[in-house]
Design a protein around this ligand. Structure first.
Ligand code: C2E
Ligand code: MG
Ligand code: MG
Ligand code: MG
Length: 286
């Protein structure tokens, strides 16, 4: 039944995003206004426990409803925001909004309905001296525990030096979990996993795409190796971008216990997340 619920969660609502060749300078100045004018909002993509079919958490993904351009993809504006430094206020807004949302959901549907929220953090944010205090303040304001928050960082943003390492150590001390996003696409130096307090490896979608392609032994090998690595290092492994039943089946047999992808659920607006959690709450009560 859990599996059926997961499948039924297939999003009916995913507005088409505009992906275009944009004038970055102009987008940058418009983005500045976007924050002031509240044109940003969050969608949430569930992370499923692949053994039980239950939702364990969700990743917050930012969207920009531009008055003239329509829905703009974060793939277009996040890099622009990183270059201009706007990612710092933007990222602060995402962190607080996502934690407030999780707190409201837990209050309404119970802590078992959704245990954690994943927030993407840019390299620039990690270099802000006040970042750890900010995370601590948001958790305290929302009365969430540190285990309710997963911060997603990429390999490239953690390689740069001492200060970032100290920040990650302090976040780990706080009890917040750290996930390496798009794992396998960057330097993927194994020494990185020992030097930084990593808790979760998120296998990049590109490897998931390759696992059912008989010709592509390379990507299959990476997917299998990451699952093994996680097991030996006592980390969680999450597969992202699962689009087919065959991929899901293969990943489960490789040892992935957590997964995300359009096959189970697309990024959802909060109202659709609520429908999912309501269903879970009813199923548990029954
Ligand atoms: P990401 O963190 O690796 O997020 C996963 C992306 O893959 C999301 O795209 C998600 O919608 C997409 N995805 C998930 N499952 C599937 C699938 O089965 N098939 C396909 N084709 N795609 C799938 P999205 O929302 O467009 O975000 C793109 C990237 O933008 C994110 O990649 C992340 O790097 C960045 N981003 C999004 N929100 C934020 C944010 O709040 N802060 C920062 N710094 N970056 C963000
Ligand atoms: Mg992510
Ligand atoms: Mg990712
Ligand atoms: Mg990615």
């Amino acid at each position: 039944a859990a599996k059926a619920a997961g499948k039924a969660a297939w999003a009916r609502f995913e507005p088409r995003m505009r992906h275009e060749v944009v004038n970055h300078a102009r987008l940058g100045s418009e983005l500045h206004n976007a924050i002031i004018r509240h044109e940003l909002f969050l969608m949430y993509q569930p992370v499923f426990d692949l053994d039980t079919g239950r939702m364990s958490g969700a990743e917050a993904l930012v969207r920009w409803q531009h008055p003239a351009r329509g829905l703009v993809s974060p793939a277009d504006f996040v890099p622009v925001a990183e270059r201009s430094g706007l990612i710092v206020p933007l990222g602060s807004w995402v962190l607080r909004e996502a934690c407030e949302q999780l707190a409201r959901w837990q209050a309404e549907y119970g802590p078992a309905a959704i245990r954690s929220v994943n927030v993407n953090v840019a390299a620039r944010q990690l270099r802000e001296p006040g970042f750890v205090d900010e995370v601590a303040a948001v958790l305290s304001d929302t009365r969430l525990g540190p285990m309710n928050l997963v911060l997603e960082v990429t390999e490239s943003s953690v390689v740069d030096g001492r200060q970032v390492r100290d920040t990650l150590e302090a976040l780990h001390e706080l009890g917040v979990r750290l996930a390496l996003d798009d794992f396998g696409t960057g330097q993927s130096s194994l020494s990185l996993l020992r030097a930084f307090p990593v808790d979760v490896l998120k296998l990049d979608k590109s490897f998931v795409d390759g696992i059912c392609d008989g010709e592509d032994r390379g990507r299959l090998a990476v997917a299998a190796a990451v699952a093994q690595l996680a097991e030996y290092l006592d980390l969680y492994a999450v597969a992202e971008g699962i689009e087919t039943a065959a991929q899901l089946d293969r990943l489960r047999r490789m040892g992935y216990r957590l997964g995300q992808g359009y096959y189970m659920a697309k990024p959802l607006p909060p109202a659709e997340m609520a429908v999912l959690m309501q269903r879970t709450a009813t199923a548990v009560a029954a």
